[in-house]
Design a protein around this ligand. Structure first.
Ligand code: SAH
Length: 344
């Protein structure tokens, strides 16, 4: 059996553990701060803890750590892509990006993915396993340690389907935003989902104010079913109902992600259909010219076509942005860096 994972424990859980091993409660506060604020790599450096306690913790509760297997820095825009190795050898991708509004980190929520979207590299080899809360946090902490930069925004848009790993995701979100820890503003956290409807309702009721991004990618069920297997489980109407509930409960505007694929979902009728879905929700649409993945054979529309698609949405009164292509010179789509290691 593996030892309890201290880095995944909420403040009150850590306090219980500390009391259980016969330590005074204030040790829990010290420990939590070392782990989540100072992001200590090991107990050895936790200088205000007695040496005997540090040894005991090291022996009984080893800290989950992500080690850097690869790091690529874009010469164009300073984007950095990290490939981390988790304690069991699993490989996970995360990305550090600079924006005008601050630095953002994109993390993975699973190793691989079982959603099977036809344009996505993360799902090519299926799901290996879900990540724990500490493994999601550790991607951020390790990037903060490696870059020495302040991180103000987090997007859960790397490998995996976060709402297919609900309990760990929620624990991660609570730890990330709690005042005793990194205390990231909930508004600066975005979770992207392919649309697991029951868990959108659950997330709406958690009392969090994070941004939900829905990977829509098509405006009709028939079209969505061709590229996303999840669309056979829940209809677009059911998805929209869940989004309305999310918006009502949290007051947070929803984002629709729409990967533009040449001759698949980039027609005038597609733009009109997308606008009809976005407008009543006042959803923000984020267009992503599809990143070609060798196995999918999909191509993105040319730049003029992307602009024209955007313009059509705007003419329908929709708020649209085109995802900036960051780090073009380092690796393409999500999951590709890992695939290079896993398949080679
Ligand atoms: N499982 C989550 C997070 C996935 S990645 C989700 O489905 O939302 C974040 C976004 O990138 C999703 O919208 C996903 O559909 C999209 N994406 C995946 N592969 C892509 C590719 N090759 N080109 C463009 N967008 C892609």
């Amino acid at each position: 059996m593996s030892s309890p994972d201290i880095k995944s424990m909420l403040p009150e859980e850590l306090k219980e553990l500390v009391l259980e091993i016969g330590q005074p409660a204030f040790r829990a506060k010290q420990l939590f701060e070392w782990i989540h604020v100072r992001r200590a790599k090991e107990y050895a450096g936790m200088t205000n803890l007695p040496a005997a306690l540090r040894d005991q913790l090291e022996r009984d509760y080893p800290l989950v750590r992500a080690s850097v297997r690869d790091r690529q820095v874009s010469a164009v825009d300073g984007t950095q892509k990290f490939l981390f190795e988790m304690p069991d050898g699993c490989l996970v991708e995360s990305v550090f990006m600079r924006y005008r509004f601050g630095n953002s980190v994109c993390i993975s929520s699973q190793v691989g993915c079982r959603m099977g979207c036809s344009f996505c590299a993360s799902t090519l080899h299926g799901l290996v396993r879900s990540l724990t809360a500490s493994e999601m946090l550790e991607q951020i902490y390790a990037i903060a340690r490696e870059t020495g930069e302040t991180i103000s925004h987090i997007v859960v848009m790397g490998m995996g389907e976060p709402l297919d790993n609900y309990e760990n995701l929620l624990r991660f979100l609570r730890l990330l935003t709690c005042p005793e820890g990194m205390h990231l503003s909930q508004r600066n956290v975005t979770v992207s989902t392919c649309g697991i409807v029951p868990n959108i309702y659950r997330l709406a009721e958690e009392g969090l104010h994070i941004t939900l991004a829905l990977s829509l990618h098509a405006a009709t069920d028939a079209q969505r079913q061709k590229i996303m297997p999840i669309a056979r489980r829940w209809s677009i109407e059911e998805l929209m109902e869940a989004c309305r509930a999310y918006y009502r409960a949290t007051g947070r505007q929803i984002t629709f992600e729409y990967s533009l694929i040449r001759d698949v979902n980039d027609s005038e009728a597609d733009a009109a259909g997308l606008a009809r879905l976005a407008r009543p929700l006042q959803a923000h649409v984020n267009l992503i010219p599809v990143n070609p993945v060798r196995e999918s054979g999909f191509r993105h529309p040319d730049r003029n076509h992307v602009q024209a698609f955007k313009k059509k949405l705007e003419n329908h009164g929709v708020n649209v942005s085109i995802r900036r292509a960051l780090g073009r010179d380092i690796e393409g789509a999500c999951g590709q860096l890992r695939n290079r290691y896993v398949t080679s």
